[in-house]
Design a protein around this ligand. Structure first.
Ligand code: SAM
Length: 231
C-alpha cells in the first residue's frame, strides 16, 4: 500500500492497542485520518486542527453522520470537531485528550513554530500518548527525483540521529518515554538507511486526570471551530 496509508494504518493499530477515547489529529489536512478513525468504536471524541482552513473544509462533510447513523444509533456517542489554528498556540479545546497524532506535520513548521511545539503538545495538551511522524532523510537517495526535500513546503528533513535527539530531549523535558519505529521498509540490501517515514511514539510517564489537567491551565481560546458533528 502507498506510504500515507501505511502511516494511517499504523495509527489505527495503535488505537486498537491502547483504546483511547479522545483523539486529536494535529495538521489533519483533508481529514482522511479522522474519517478512518470515526469507525473505531472506542473513540468518543475526535478533533482535528490545521492552520489551513480551506484544506480542512474540502472533504469535512465526510465526518457528518450518515442517515444510517440516525436510524441505528450506536451504543457510544461520538463528537467530531475541526478547529482552525496553529500548533504553536495553546487552546483549551485541546485539553484532556488520550492520544495526539502529528503525521508529517513537524517538517512543515517554521523554526519559531517548531520551538513552541513541544510546550504546546507535551507541556500543555499533555496527552497519555503522542505520535510524531516525519521523513527520514537517509531514505531520500532511494526516492527517484528527490534532490533536496521530498516536498517544496518542507522546512527541513531529518536523519534518524537528528529526529531521535530532538525526540529524546523533548521526552526528557516533559517526562515522557519515547520509542522509535517507522513505515516504508527499505529494499533488500539497503536496510541500513532505515524506514522511509520515521515515527516516534511518546508515552507520558506521570498519571494525570483530565480534571486536574483542565483546571490548572486557564488559557484563552484562540482556535476557530469550523465544523462540529454529534452522533
Ligand atoms: N497529517 C496529514 C497526513 O498525514 O496526510 C497531512 C500532512 S500535510 C503534509 C501537513 C499539514 O500540516 C498541512 O495540512 C498544513 O496545513 C498543516 N500545518 C502546517 N503548519 C501548521 C501549524 N503551524 N499548525 C497546524 N497545522 C499546520
Amino acid at each position: 500500500p502507498p506510504l500515507y496509508k501505511q502511516r494511517y494504518q499504523f495509527i489505527k493499530d495503535l488505537v486498537g492497542k491502547y483504546k483511547p477515547k479522545k483523539v486529536a489529529d494535529l495538521g489533519c489536512a483533508d481529514c482522511t485520518l479522522l474519517w478512518m478513525l470515526k469507525f473505531c468504536s472506542c473513540i468518543e471524541v475526535l478533533a482535528g486542527l490545521d492552520i489551513c482552513a480551506s484544506v480542512m473544509k474540502e472533504k469535512m462533510h465526510r465526518l457528518s453522520p450518515l442517515p444510517v447513523d440516525y436510524l441505528q444509533p450506536a451504543e457510544r456517542s461520538l463528537t467530531v470537531t475541526l478547529h482552525h489554528g496553529s500548533v504553536a498556540h495553546k487552546d483549551p479545546c485541546m485539553l484532556g485528550f488520550d492520544l495526539v497524532t502529528c503525521i508529517e506535520l513537524i517538517e512543515h513548521l517554521e523554526e519559531s513554530e517548531l520551538k513552541k511545539f513541544p510546550e504546546v503538545v507535551f507541556g500543555f495538551m499533555a496527552p497519555s500518548i503522542v505520535v510524531i511522524s516525519t521523513p527520514n532523510s537517509e531514505f531520500n537517495p532511494l526516492l527517484p527525483g528527490v534532490t533536496l526535500f521530498r516536498h517544496p513546503d518542507h522546512k527541513f528533513e531529518w536523519n534518524r540521529a537528528q529526529f531521535q535527539s530532538w525526540a529524546l530531549e523533548t521526552a526528557r523535558c516533559y517526562d515522557y518515554s519515547v520509542e522509535f519505529t517507522g513505515v516504508g521498509h527499505p529494499p533488500t540490501g539497503m536496510e541500513n538507511v532505515g524506514f522511509c517515514t520515521q515515527i516516534g511514539v511518546f508515552v507520558r510517564k506521570y498519571p494525570q486526570t483530565s480534571e486536574s489537567a483542565q483546571s490548572e491551565k486557564p488559557t484563552e481560546a484562540v482556535y476557530k471551530t469550523v465544523f462540529k458533528a454529534v452522533y
